[in-house]
Design a protein around this ligand. Structure first.
Ligand SMILES: Cc1cc2nc3c(=O)[nH]c(=O)nc-3n(C[C@H](O)[C@H](O)[C@H](O)COP(=O)(O)O)c2cc1C
Length: 172
């Protein structure tokens, strides 16, 4: 069993010209990571390849955010999101991620690609507050109803702002 990593408050900040790139198979198993991904994740390339992408999942991230991501990319569409990730040493780093499906000649999904850039500081603050509310709603609802409760918070924010999910992501 993998030992649980204790999250710390040590932040790694992406540089303006950094791109963190990774690719996965259709199940989210990492098949490629660029050197910047290796640097920020704190894992070696060998540790990353063949591992589920949730290896860098941060416990502050709501489950419902990943549900929305997977529903979107598995249906063949691209997805944009701010994500807080956790490095091997427990530190964290925020990214602005674009995930898209890789299709074969017949349009079947053969994997996913993801490119992440440095997010705006103001966006991180706004999104972190929404994620905290989604996470609190998930915890209060219990495991079985967590996804619905977290999603409901996001739906309320979208309806209050009068924006779709994607409009919201680009407006912050
Ligand atoms: C191409 C691709 C990139 C991903 N990048 C991340 C990422 O940077 N951080 C993350 O926590 N999850 C990422 N995920 C989602 C994970 O596969 C996983 O769904 C998520 O970490 C939540 O973990 P869980 O499904 O075990 O709850 C990515 C998935 C794909 C397909």
């Amino acid at each position: 069993m993998k030992r649980a990593i204790v999250p710390t408050q040590a932040e790694r900040v992406m540089r303006d010209d950094d791109f963190i790139v990774s690719k996965t198979d259709p199940k989210g198993i990492i098949t490629y990571g660029n050197p910047i991904f290796v640097e920020f994740s704190g894992y070696t390339e060998d540790e990353l390849i063949g591992t589920q992408h949730n290896i860098i999942r941060h416990p502050d991230m709501p489950r419902s955010a990943f549900k929305l991501a997977w529903d979107t990319i598995a249906s063949g569409r691209e997805f944009f999101a701010y994500v807080k990730n956790m490095s091997k040493d427990g530190g964290f780093y925020w990214v602005f991620a674009h995930i898209s499906p890789d299709l074969d000649a017949d349009g079947r999904i053969i994997g996913y690609s993801s490119v992440r850039r440095c997010p705006k500081r103001s966006a991180i603050e706004a999104i972190a507050a929404v994620y905290a509310r989604m996470l609190a709603a998930e915890k209060a609802a219990g495991a079985r109803n967590a996804i619905a409760a977290g999603t409901q918070v996001l739906v309320e924010v979208m309806s209050r702002e009068g924006m779709s999910y994607e409009e919201l992501v680009f407006a912050v």
